[in-house]
Design a protein around this ligand. Structure first.
Ligand SMILES: [Cu+2]
Length: 364
């Protein structure tokens, strides 16, 4: 490695020396007035034109190759609207980008320096200034208004369904703790202090609060199709970000500041698999599993905030099912709270993964 660095340093020093020599040569030529830029300018023009073509062809190819691999259609109500806004914005700025780039590179080619041709000095035009200020402003105001309207629709508490389910997700390095409120539909209180937060009770649940007795943890995020869900979000240590890409949900999880996100899943996992079955890329075989990609498709919960060295490992499966299947799953869940049994007056401190339901009660 050191040998390589020494070699690279020597080479770079050599390049610098050559450039200095070349620059002083050019300065001398400039002073003597015998420099002709016409030829250089002509080649620059050709290269710029080639760059333009390479850029557009390259973009088109990469789009063709990568588009099928991109995230599939939105599986939530608001997701469809945000996708529409995103695509609309991309379309408008895409058209402007293509036109301005063509103009930029074409002008550099078409009007390169040539003998007997003097550039026309055209410093100002009020009409043009007004046009290219007003049109983008109006377009931006329209796009931003549409975005704000959508944002308010997503986050307005009045738009929430009273029958929504509520799930709590707390990010920690490096995991998600998913808590459900159990049969009573109410979460037990949490007290974040040293007396309550412990390795066996990472969330600081107050076991004296009877509402906590049927709360349970799940290693997967189970949701019901067409059933609104309010995710109550938090973080235990550093900033995390609750990210459900397939539902177009993303919200920061901040220690000490509760956040939330309300949305309605519209496709079960199986329905999404059925849809992906019709998409060419998803029909290809996944080399890891040896099965078609659609077959092993899972909705995913990820952390979208670079929160530490194992940030990439903060993934959980999300399962969207019909109500009936959800109820069956619900019936199988074990509450975290388990009163100390008569034979064993002291509950044993459970070790290991806090997300697995663990019997814990230090009192009684
Ligand atoms: Cu994280």
């Amino acid at each position: 490695m050191i040998a390589f660095l020494i070699f690279a340093t020597v080479v770079l020093l050599f390049v610098v020396l050559v450039l200095i020599a070349r620059a002083s040569e050019l300065t001398a030529d400039l002073k003597s007035g015998k420099v002709d830029y016409t030829n250089q300018s002509k080649w620059n023009g050709y290269f710029l034109l080639i760059s333009l073509v390479v850029m557009f062809v390259g973009s088109a190819i990469s789009f063709k190759v990568l588009a099928p691999v991109m995230i599939p259609k939105a599986a939530s109500i608001h997701g469809v609207n945000t996708d529409y806004l995103f695509n609309l914005t991309m379309l408008i700025i895409g058209v402007v980008f293509v036109l301005t780039q063509i103009a930029l590179f074409w002008f550099a080619y078409r009007y390169n320096e040539s003998h007997g041709h003097e550039a026309y000095f055209y410093p100002h035009n009020n009409t043009l200034e007004i046009i290219w200020t007003v049109i983008p402003s109006v377009v931006l105001v329209v796009l931003i208004t549409m975005g704000m309207y959508e944002w308010m629709r997503i986050f307005n508490p009045d738009n929430r369904d009273k029958n929504m389910m509520v799930v709590e997700a707390t990010g920690k390095q490096f995991n998600w703790m998913l808590r459900y409120s159990g049969k009573d539909g109410k979460f037990g209180e949490r007290i974040i202090d040293q007396a309550h937060v412990s390795p066996t009770n990472e969330l600081g649940i107050n076991w004296e609060d009877a509402k906590s007795h049927d709360d349970f943890m799940s290693d997967k995020l189970y949701l019901v199709k067409n059933k609104p869900v309010l995710m109550k979000l938090g973080a235990q240590d550093v900033l995390h970000s609750f990210f459900l890409p397939h539902f177009r949900v993303k919200m920061d999880c901040v220690p000490g500041i509760p956040t939330e996100f309300y949305f309605v899943p519209t496709m079960t996992t199986v329905e999404m698999q059925d849809y992906l079955k019709t998409q060419p890329w998803w029909q290809t075989i996944n080399p890891e599993s040896g099965q078609p990609r659609w077959q092993t498709f899972k909705y995913e919960l990820a952390c979208a905030e670079l929160c530490g060295k194992s940030h990439y490992g903060m993934q959980r499966d999300v399962v969207v099912v019909e109500q009936k299947e959800y109820d069956e799953w619900l019936a199988k869940q074990t509450p975290m709270y388990a009163p100390a049994t008569i034979e064993e007056p002291k509950a044993e401190a459970a070790k290991g993964d806090s997300v697995k339901p663990t019997a814990m009660l230090e009192k009684k």
